[in-house]
Structures are given as structure tokens and as C-alpha cells.
Design a protein around this ligand. Structure first.
Ligand code: SF4
Length: 427
């Protein structure tokens, strides 16, 4: 979400005639903040402290803070950091673009109330498109609903227009984003859902791959699961966080499902979509989680055999229900021990799953080049390093997998396969 917001603001500022510069001594500094963890917020406030000294030497410098740090209680921050010129809540791009345009209006670039085009002129081959902001779930460990507010969906025509523009400008894959992307459209009148949107976006000419992030087990409906199976451009990759494997811990987290319901959902997904890749998120050391309860998280990972597990060690997040009511009683050492067990288990599973790709043919969208080596991702989101010549970023290439590792594969290039029809027939 933040990467996408930064790209959009950057496009708007470029349209106003500004040049991008990574130096903190610039005329304008924008800090796009994340507050999921307290440590991220502390990093942002630390940087604001440093900027105070820099601004003293250069008083005309403009400092803007955007993102989740800017919420209903910004007046406390305003008092603490009076040198900040603009506080802009997520997606309130005009809060920054308007004063910037006023300041440079002598050059004739004033906005006059109209926002410039915020989509990048040269988007990434695989681009992000936020489709719903906020979250209505209030999991006990999460600060997002307090900072990003309740769910607000874009309309289907709005999302379609954005994706069409990105595709015209070169994007070939888009990932639709939301804190809880599966509840897209539930707030709209008439009510629509993610499956309706996927169907519309799937029909956009020139778009080749479509993904979405992040799902909630309670909102991933059978209709959405079937649309992943039926729509040729929608990649068979699902990130479905389970967060904890024990029912008491899940209840304390206020996740709204049991381990049995989670496993049933996985079963439905696997029965409906052959060859689906499933990844997950989980928290280690949630307040009150005993060793036995943690073992149940290991058990879920063992049973489901996820393609990837994003495990995070629990840390107290002031402002959340868990912080107010539950404390943080699992010791740091115990959390680290559990994390090591989890990483070890998942390493073995990922190594095994990747081994099955040896000798297989895959189609890879080339996304990066570093150290003279191209890499990209397969339809099932595997990172593949390429061996061979003659490709460019943005190509679809057929490769034969020659090497497999825990977190990536290597493929030798067989041929460039840039025709949409071939992609869809292959599917
Ligand atoms: S569903 Fe996700 S974003 Fe929403 S409250 Fe729970 S963890 Fe936070």
C-alpha cells in the first residue's frame, strides 16, 4: 500500500515539475509512514527529530508526513513536531500537492483545485493497485482500523480505469491491494464483491496476470475461490493468514474463526483450484500463547504445507486491544526459540515443494536485473533467476527449471513467449 501511495504522490509531484532526490537536504521531504509496529513509528519520529536540525539551517524546506501515522490524534504529533508543514492521512495526496503547487505557482504550475494524474507514467511491469482502504475487523493485535479507518472501496469503474491506464503505460501484471481485499465492494451500493471486480479486470486487453492481497479467511467466499479457478488471468496464488493454530489464541486475537474452519477453507481452496499456491501470515508469541498452543501453529504449517510462511514475532503495539488488555508475557528468548522452530520447519517444506519443480517448464515474467542477471516470477509467484541471453524486463519467457533452492529457482531460457494468446492457452 505504501509503495503504491509513494509512487502516486511521486507522479503528482513530478507533474508539478519537481525532481526526485533521495537527499534529506531537499526542498521537500515526504516521509510515508507505517505504524503496524511501534518500532516503525519510532523510526519515523526519530527521522523527524533529525529533520528539525536540518530545517533550522534551511527554513524554506517543506516537511510532509503522510501515511498511517497521521490519524485522528495528529494534534499530539503537531505539537511535538511543529517544524512539520503538512500532515496528510493515507491517500490524501492533495494535502501535499496543493501547498507545493502554491509554493511554486510563480512557475505557472498551480493546481487550481485539480489533482494531476497520479498514476506513474512508467509503471512497474508488475504494478500495485489499491482497491479498498481501511479495515472493519479489529483484530486485537492490529492498529490498522484505528489509523486507516473503516473500509472504503473504490468503485469497479474506477479500478478498471486505473488498470487500463497502467496497462496502456506498460504494466502487464497487477496486484489488487487491500488490508482485507476480500471484503472489497461490501460497502458499495449496490453491493458488489471481489469476484465481480476480478471478472471485469480479467477482460482488460493487454493485461496478462492478475493477483490480489491480502485475504481474510472469513471473507474469502466460494464465489471468489471459483473465480480464481475460472478466470484465465487470475493467478492461482492465495495469501490466507491464519495467525495462530490454537483456538483460544485465535479467540484472544479476535480473528473470528477456529483452526478447524481455517483448515476447511484451505480444503475448499485446494479442491476447487488445482495446483494452487497458498502462503500465510502468522504471529509467534502472542500474549498468553503457551508452548503447546504454539505447537498447534507448527501443526497447521505441517498439515497445509504452505508455499511460504510470513512469521512475525509478536511485539506490543500501544493503542491495540491486546496492548491494553493482555500485556506481552512471552519472553523474548522463548519467542526467538519458537521462531527458529517455525523457520526450520518451513525451510524444509519450501525446499521440498521447490524440488518438485526440477526439470519443469515455467513461464516467467521478467521483472528485475541485478548483477547482470535477470529474474522474475512464475504464475505461482516463485522467484526464478534466469540463465541465458536475449531477454528484457517485461518479457514473458518459457524456462526449464535447472536448479531449485529453498526460496528461489533457476531456469534456463527456452524461448520468449510474449503473446497473450499463448499465455492463456497455457493456463
Ligand atoms: S484483518 Fe488485517 S488489517 Fe484488519 S484488523 Fe485484522 S490484521 Fe488488521
Amino acid at each position: 500500500m505504501n509503495v503504491s501511495d509513494s509512487e502516486r504522490l511521486s507522479s503528482g509531484l513530478t507533474a508539478l515539475g519537481l525532481e526526485k532526490n533521495d537527499d534529506v537536504n531537499s526542498d521537500l521531504v515526504v516521509i510515508n509512514t507505517c505504524v503496524v509496529r511501534q518500532s516503525a513509528e519510532d523510526t519515523a519520529t526519530g527521522l523527524l527529530g533529525k529533520l528539525k536540525k536540518i530545517k533550522k539551517k534551511n527554513p524554506s524546506m517543506m516537511i510532509c508526513v503522510m501515511g498511517c501515522m497521521v490519524g485522528p490524534k495528529t494534534n499530539v504529533l503537531e505539537k511535538r513536531f511543529p517544524h512539520v508543514d503538512v500532515w496528510a492521512a493515507p491517500q490524501r495526496f492533495e494535502k501535499i500537492l496543493d501547498p507545493v503547487s502554491d509554493q511554486i505557482s510563480e512557475d505557472g504550475n498551480e493546481l487550481d483545485g485539480c489533482l494531476p494524474d497520479l498514476l506513474p507514467l512508467h509503471p512497474k511491469i508488475a504494478s500495485f493497485v489499491p482497491i479498498i482502504h481501511g479495515c472493519n475487523k479489529f483484530c486485537s493485535f492490529c492498529i490498522i482500523p484505528y489509523r486507516r479507518g473503516r473500509e472504503i472501496s473504490k468503485t469497479i469503474p474506477e479500478v478498471k480505469a486505473e488498470v487500463e491506464k497502467l496497462v496502456r503505460r506498460g504494466a502487464k501484471e497487477v496486484t489488487l491491494l487491500g488490508q482485507n481485499v476480500d471484503s472489497f465492494g461490501h460497502d458499495l451500493d449496490p453491493r458488489v464483491d471481489l469476484a465481480d471486480l476480478l471478472e471485469v479486470i480479467n477482460s482488460i486487453e493487454g493485461l496478462i496476470r492478475l493477483r490480489f492481497l491480502t485475504s481474510h479467511p472469513n471473507d474469502m467466499s466460494s464465489k471468489i475461490i471459483k473465480s480464481i479457478r475460472d478466470l484465465p488471468k487470475v493467478c492461482e496464488t492465495i495469501n490466507l493468514p491464519f495467525q495462530a493454530g490454537n483456538n483460544e489464541v485465535l479467540e484472544n486475537m479476535r480473528r473470528g474463526y477456529t483452526r478447524e474452519e481455517y483448515l476447511e477453507k484451505i480444503q475448499e481452496i485446494r479442491e476447487t483450484i488445482p495446483n494452487v499456491s497458498v502462503t500465510t501470515d502468522l504471529i509467534i508469541g502472542f500474549p498468553g500463547e503457551t508452548r503447546d498452543q504454539f505447537e498447534q501453529s507448527l501443526d497447521i504449517v505441517e498439515r497445509v504445507r504452505f508455499d511460504k510462511v510470513h512469521a512475525s514475532i509478536y511485539s506490543d503495539r500501544p493503542g491495540t486491544i491486546a496492548s491494553r488488555k493482555m500485556g506481552d508475557d512471552v519472553s523474548r528468548d522463548e519467542k526467538k526459540l519458537r521462531m527458529a522452530k517455525m523457520v526450520n520447519l518451513q525451510k524444509n517444506i519450501s525446499t521440498d515443494l521447490n524440488l518438485a519443480y526440477k526439470g519443469a517448464n515455467q513461464t516467467v515474467l521478467v521483472e528485475n536485473k541485478s548483477d547482470n542477471r535477470f529474474s522474475g516470477r512464475s504464475r505461482l509467484d516463485k522467484l526464478v533467476y534466469l540463465e541465458g541471453e536475449g531477454v528484457e524486463i517485461g518479457d514473458f519467457v518459457d524456462v526449464k527449471i535447472t536448479e531449485t533452492r529453498t526460496w528461489s529457482l533457476t531456469g534456463s531460457i527456452q524461448k520468449i513467449n510474449n503473446t497473450l494468446e499463448e499465455q492463456l492457452i497455457e493456463h
